[in-house]
Ligand binder design. Structure first.
Ligand code: CP
Length: 303
């Protein structure tokens, strides 16, 4: 995996994805390894983030790497009109690896084509969020003991939800059944459904969250993302479509876990947080180990 870009989760084979999870397991047991002490990692965030940026930076720090970058493009020369191409060419001179989040779909792929160092996509618009996908796979495997033959319920904004797009594509390698709960306006895009069809797997579409609770192994909640709507009236119509609370969980499987890429707004009531089903905060913590593994593999410090 040395020097590979990670732009879409499909850039990594099933075997490579599983290898990242195995290396991440080692980092969970032994997180402080200064194996990137001679490396510089640039985190370029053109869109807000808490978990992705800080977990990358925490991971890099624990591996001894130095961090440069920005968390707000208005503090960079982008604000003066510098192009993305020129920014990436410059940062390639200063860092061994670029981690980039950008609101435009395809921007990370473009960055990887002009950069002279590897690029990791930390989310490009409504397209892909492959590192979130890997930490989601890690969390599912850790809580369920496997990735195969699970009933996965995705709930909320399946249209613009880049984490759902990446995770659906990855779980198609594992014979999962997909239960897609969304308002009609926010259904999973056809190109992602096509991936499921191509693998001859099953998907079912619902508008009621209660329909999937009794049999789901994983309920993957998502936020309806205000920032993705061109028409805010459309957002207002669907923003409260699904609110999962503790009472609704009666009758779910004992082993069921609730995941959420976070941040949440109101789609998971806080009374769920103390139930044994809530796993979203541990899920975010797993992001540090997975990102340690990714950086170590891409920068050649692990094989
Ligand atoms: N899951 C995720 O991408 O969270 P942030 O937007 O806070 O990085």
């Amino acid at each position: 995996m040395k020097n590979k870009n990670l732009i879409s989760i499909t850039d990594f084979s099933k075997e490579e994805q599983l290898h990242v999870l195995d290396v991440a397991e080692d980092f969970e047991k032994n997180p402080h390894q200064r194996i990137l002490a001679d490396k510089v990692v640039a985190t370029l965030f053109f869109e807000p983030s808490t978990r992705t940026r800080l977990s990358f930076e925490s991971a890099a720090n624990q591996l001894g790497a130095r961090i440069i970058g920005f968390s707000d493009a208005s503090n960079s020369s982008t604000a003066k009109g510098e192009s993305l191409k020129d920014t990436i060419l410059m940062v390639s001179n200063y860092a061994d690896l670029i981690v980039m989040r950008h609101p435009k779909e395809g921007s990370s792929r473009y960055a990887s084509e002009v950069a002279s160092v590897p690029v990791i996509n930390a989310g490009d618009g409504a397209n892909q969020h492959p590192t979130q996908c890997l930490l989601d796979l890690y969390s599912i495997r850790k809580t369920q003991g496997r990735l195969d033959n699970l009933n996965i319920a995705f709930v909320g904004d399946l249209k613009y939800g880049r984490t759902v797009h990446s995770l659906t594509q990855a779980l198609c390698n594992f014979n999962c059944t997909f239960h897609l709960v969304s308002p009609v306006e926010l259904k999973l895009p056809s190109y992602v459904k096509q991936t499921i069809k191509d693998r001859k797997l099953e998907y079912h579409q619902y508008t009621e969250l209660a329909d999937v609770i009794p049999f789901a192994d994983i309920i993957y909640m998502t936020r309806v993302q205000r920032e993705r709507f061109a028409d805010l009236m459309e957002y207002e119509k669907v923003k409260n479509a699904y609110i999962l609370n503790k009472a609704m969980l009666q009758g779910c499987k004992d082993t069921m876990k609730i995941l959420h890429p976070l941040p949440r707004v109101n789609e998971i009531a806080t009374d769920v947080d103390d139930t044994p089903y809530a796993y979203y905060f541990q899920q975010a913590k797993n992001g540090v180990f997975v990102r340690q593994a990714l950086m170590a593999l891409i920068l050649g410090a692990k094989q």
